[in-house]
Design a protein around this ligand. Structure first.
Ligand code: ADP
Length: 490
């Protein structure tokens, strides 16, 4: 795309100045062209008129020259008078040249007896009128032949005349009056043009102000929001464009508000979650401190409780750190070709003891071998979280079934359990940070409410998807779908 570097002409970047210049230039050019066209048109017409006038007069004179045999004898007073009148009338000079190219009469009396060899005269002797306008020196030069009718063929159906050029009249007439009229015309047109320019100048200033006004209003409204006077949506309905800018800005403002709200909620949740174990520790420690001579067993029991709370705090902090890592861009992914079957088997092996403790059966079914380009650590976290939840939120003697399958584009990991299920109204919240379905019964089952948030972020970083189907009291099935090849979005 063409990018203009305005450099020193920085003021041209202002739309107001641009609108002014465009309106001004577009307004001025036609008026200047019109003035020029009017003056030129007048000049052409005036020259054409004068040429035809003079040529008519010369034609009449040429006929008189023949009838008075002036070419043979230049002593005719009638012709001299006519010549004088013509040159006075048109402020010009007439030269009569015979067919030997000799000047036999010059109204200025300078060139008589001289021979004139000019292209126009020779062409004219062959019967062609010529005329030439010299605008620089202010005259029209023209030639017309002096012809004599020599023969009339009356035998033909229509009489045919034949004529012969006996000489040439070379005339130059002044065009001073045309120039003078043009100057007057030009001056008047310039006055009109100046008035037009003035009007255009005022109109362009007004136009630039009127067009820019809504944009100034919107800048003003944006400034108020920026400076924090208000966070209300802005509205400048003066024109469609500003309305669109306002709508787009309000949308961004809305999104920022949502972000800000969720950040505030997150911070308050984090503080609350981090405070809970500390409060418990404080209570336990205080009760130990307040009583003397307590049996050592009670000490041990309280200390174990304190250690449990510290573990919980540690887990929350670790989960928070994991979540923050997920919030970074996908460029932090460490993509490698990973054998997903091996990976799932390894996770199952690690979790088997926990399942065993809860009397939950762990089943793994691999439909086909799968190798995919993924971040091994993050996908391990995803599958571990889902299987761990399936064990945690299960019933005694329940089961967890993990199925791995793939097509040519994606691989899917399905984690199904026969557990307590998730109530329908909670389904949409389970991926929220710190969300736990039933906080009271969740107390017995350890957790931070961050696991699924971390899981979902990791899946999204891989451009995958997660779905859940659950029936309260029956069980839950999570299905994760991840592309086999990683597509980075730059
Ligand atoms: P938590 O640390 O509490 O397990 P998660 O983010 O992993 O946090 O899960 C959020 C909530 O979703 C859990 O507290 C639990 O109530 C519910 N949940 C997750 N997985 C299951 C499941 N397989 N069966 C029933 N409820 C589940």
């Amino acid at each position: 795309m063409l990018k203009i570097n305005f450099g020193k002409l920085k003021f041209l970047r202002s739309i107001k100045i641009r609108i002014f210049l465009i309106v001004f230039i577009v307004g001025i050019i036609p008026s200047t062209i019109t003035r020029y066209a009017i003056v030129r048109n007048y000049e052409q017409r005036a020259v054409a008129l004068r040429t035809s006038d003079v040529q008519t007069q010369l034609q009449i004179l040429a006929n008189h020259l023949i009838s008075y045999r002036y070419l043979q004898d230049t002593s005719s007073e009638v012709i001299d008078a006519e010549l004088k009148m013509l040159s006075n009338l048109y402020d010009g000079r007439v030269l009569i040249i015979n067919n030997n190219l000799k000047v036999i009469k010059d109204t200025y009396g300078i060139s008589e007896g001289k021979t004139i060899i000019s292209e126009e005269v020779i062409r004219c002797l062959k019967g062609t009128n010529t005329s030439n306008y010299d605008s620089d020196n202010g005259y029209i030069e023209m030639t017309i032949p002096i012809t004599e009718i020599t023969d009339v063929d009356t035998a033909a159906d229509s009489p045919v005349e034949s004529s012969i050029a006996r000489g040439v009249m070379l005339t130059s007439v002044s065009t001073d009056y045309i120039t003078t009229t043009m100057e007057i015309l030009n001056r008047k047109a310039m006055v009109v043009e100046a008035l037009v320019v003035l009007v255009i100048f005022i109109v362009s200033i007004l136009a630039s102000y009127v067009i820019i006004r809504p944009f100034e209003k919107i800048t003003d409204a944006l400034r108020k929001v920026k400076e924090g006077y208000t966070s209300d949506p802005i509205s400048v309905q003066d024109c469609l464009e500003t309305e669109h800018i306002g709508d787009a800005f309000n949308e961004v403002l809305g999104r920022m508000k949502v972000l800000d709200d969720s950040r505030q909620e997150f911070v308050s949740n984090v503080s609350h979650e981090l405070k809970t174990p500390i409060t418990s520790i404080k209570v336990l420690a205080d009760s130990l401190r307040g009583q003397e001579d307590l049996p050592i067993e009670l000490y041990r029991e309280f200390m174990e409780d304190i250690a449990d709370e510290i573990d919980r705090e540690d887990k929350i902090i670790n989960d928070l750190l994991a979540l923050i890592k997920m919030d970074r861009t996908s460029s932090d992914l460490n993509i490698d070709q990973v054998d997903i079957n091996v990976l799932v088997e390894l996770i199952m092996k690690r979790l088997r003891p926990i399942a065993f403790k809860k009397n939950v059966e762990l089943v793994y079914e691999s439909i086909r071998p799968v190798v995919a380009a993924v971040d091994e650590v993050k996908i391990t976290l995803v599958i571990t979280n889902l299987v761990e939840n399936a064990i945690k939120y299960n019933k005694e003697f329940g089961w967890v079934k993990v199925t791995l399958d793939a097509d040519h584009q994606f691989f899917t990991v399905e984690v199904a359990d026969s557990g307590i299920g998730i109530p329908a109204e909670s389904i949409e919240h389970i991926y929220e940070r710190f969300y736990r379905v039933d906080k009271s019964h969740s107390r017995e089952i350890e957790g931070t409410g961050l696991g699924l948030a971390i899981t979902r972020s990791a899946i999204l970083m891989h451009r995958g998807s997660i779905k859940v189907v659950s029936e309260e009291g029956e069980g839950t099935t999570f299905t994760v779908k991840i592309p086999l090849t990683y597509i980075s979005v730059t």
